[in-house]
Design a protein around this ligand. Structure first.
Ligand SMILES: [Cu+2]
Length: 177
């Protein structure tokens, strides 16, 4: 299931946003048709099919929502170790959303253009539990290497400037890395 979900979201990320939604809707329609057919023939599977349907729809919605500029950039620059670039300038990050695979070794290339002002990239759960804290730098570029936790939505923030924050979306990949 997760493997299918990830593959599908990768397909979404390689096309433009409008096409992503059209594909998502078409796939949703096909899925619903299949589920309906199953349910009519074998009523006993109705519950299972319903759960599968809800799960698939959730994946479609999440995949569509994730098809933003940031994640597409990550895909096009994809290498052996997934890497994203984040820049801090005028006490702000240059992006609102970062997408990375869950449960994977990843790299964040962090550039601080505010010479003399410390910034970092730290990751927290939505409940504010620390996940990773990048080493503070006061100029130039630092490379943060860490292993991402389970799939879900997290927050990234500068520990020096709480107003510098964004959303980190971790999506499940089929194979372990
Ligand atoms: Cu900062």
């Amino acid at each position: 299931m997760y493997s299918i979900a990830y593959s599908f979201s990768r397909v979404l990320l390689t096309v433009n946003e409008t096409a992503s939604w059209i594909i998502a809707l078409l796939v949703a329609a096909v899925v619903l048709t299949i589920i309906t057919a199953i349910a009519e023939r074998v009523p006993a599977t109705k519950v299972v099919a319903g759960i599968a349907g809800v799960g698939l729809l959730a994946v479609l919605v999440a995949g569509g929502a994730g098809a933003d500029r940031g994640e597409r950039e990550f895909e096009s620059h994809r290498t052996e170790i997934p890497t994203v670039e984040v820049t801090a300038h005028n006490i702000a990050y240059d992006r609102d959303v970062i997408g990375l695979p869950a449960d994977s070794n990843v790299e964040v290339s962090f550039t601080n253009l505010d010479v003399g002002t410390f910034h970092n990239v730290a990751i927290y759960t939505e409940d504010n539990a620390p996940v990773f804290a990048g080493k503070p730098i006061d100029h130039g570029t630092g490379l943060y290497k860490f292993k991402t936790p389970a799939a879900g939505t997290y927050r990234y923030v500068c520990d020096f400037h709480p107003g510098m924050t964004g959303e980190l979306r971790l999506t499940q990949e089929g194979s372990s890395k």
